[in-house]
Design a protein around this ligand. Structure first.
Ligand code: TXA
Ligand code: MG
Length: 339
């Protein structure tokens, strides 16, 4: 089945209203979207991704205030108000007490719901248009996990998303092409129910961004929290084995033996900041100049490794900074975890 590809957000809005699935561009990564109030459409998301049923989804909405007014979320909190004011639309997801419109299929049966107002202009157009075309159903919510098979690398172009899932989609489903995702890693997830922000997943909005508005998030030991399945140790992983190397590790010592021990017929990929040169025998997959650029190109580089049939990728993490290093280090750790 060849999935129809479009750049027209109205076509995507109409498809979603008709309960079809849409590969949706966002500024972080591409999502696999369905109207969040249609249990049948949401069930198709889980089936298509092979995602366990108790892993909750993010509801994307056009407008914060409408979405937290006893609709998708039960109500706002002063903390959520500040975060929404500071970072929405944008790469931030807020976990709030669930409202009457959020079904068990969205929340995984929990009493919370994750909500995001995306910034990508096409995603915004789609959400706004759904509300305009069907005002009785407003505020519409669109459930959208990343458009990859469960556990795999998130797609940052429509092409990647179609490669991952295109064969599994059906007549009437659509792929909306919004160009390459500008951030490249998923949104930051914050539990905003209390008075202090609790960081559940690092992402596009950084700890430095949060401190700039006077917030110091508390971090959960995410690996220990089964309610954030993106935090499962092994996630965001390509077929190739990934070895994540800390920026201050002795790279030569890490590499010694790896090259010789692996199959000589297979190429081996190397990802590091531009300042680190490619060790002999390794194939350079990306040379980002900054942690932001690292986030932007990481998933595409991991996909390229698979396309080239590489068995092994070594990725040197960027040093911690005020940018996206934390999100990149988190994703590298998960891509390299084997459990
Ligand atoms: O940037 C993003 O967030 C992308 C784009 C498409 O918006 N979406 C995304 O969705 O990354 P997904 O499903 O791949 O990851 C959503 C994460 C999962 O780790 C899930 O466990 C967590 O959000 N989540 C969803 N609802 C939650 C809730 N009520 N409480 C805690 N975590 C929740
Ligand atoms: Mg995902």
């Amino acid at each position: 089945m060849t999935i129809i590809r479009t750049t027209d957000p109205s076509q995507a809005a109409r498809a979603l209203l008709r309960s079809r699935l849409v590969i949706l561009p966002t500024e972080t990564v591409y999502g696999l979207a369905a109207r969040a109030d249609d249990a049948g459409a949401v069930a198709r998301i889980y089936a298509t991704k092979g995602r366990p049923a108790d892993h909750p989804l993010i509801v994307h909405v056009a407008d914060y205030s409408a979405a937290v007014n006893n609709t998708w979320a039960h109500k706002s909190t002063p903390l959520a108000d500040r975060l929404a004011e500071g970072f929405w639309p944008g790469p931030l997801t807020l976990v709030l007490q669930r409202g009457p419109r959020s079904g068990d299929d969205i929340t995984g049966g929990q009493d919370t719901v994750a909500i995001r107002v995306p910034a990508h202009p096409l995603a915004r157009n789609v959400l706004q248009e759904m509300d305009e075309l069907d005002p009785a159903g407003a505020p519409h919510g669109v459930a959208a996990p990343s458009a990859n098979r469960f556990g795999r690398v998130s797609p940052t172009t429509v092409h990647h998303a179609i490669n991952e899932l295109g064969d599994l989609l059906a007549d009437g489903d659509l792929a909306l092409d919004g160009g390459a995702a500008s951030w490249g890693v998923e949104s930051t997830i914050i539990d905003a129910r209390g008075t202090e922000p609790v960081l559940l997943r690092p992402g596009g909005v950084t700890v430095a961004d949060l401190s700039a508005i006077g917030m110091v998030p508390r971090s959960t030991s995410s690996g220990a929290d089964p309610k954030v399945p993106g935090a499962l140790a092994s996630h965001y992983a390509p077929e190739a084995r990934v070895i994540a190397v800390s920026h201050d590790a002795d790279l030569e010592a890490v590499l010694a033996g790896r090259l010789l021990r692996s199959l000589s017929t297979q190429q081996q990929g190397f990802i590091a900041l531009q300042t680190i040169s490619t060790p002999p025998g390794w194939v350079r997959l990306a040379s980002p100049e900054s942690s932001g650029e690292y986030a932007h190109c990481l998933y595409a580089a991991l996909r390229a490794a698979d396309e080239r049939g590489m068995g092994l990728v070594v990725a040197v993490a960027p040093p911690p900074d005020s940018g996206l290093a934390e999100a990149v280090i988190d994703r590298l750790q998960r891509a390299s975890a084997t459990d």
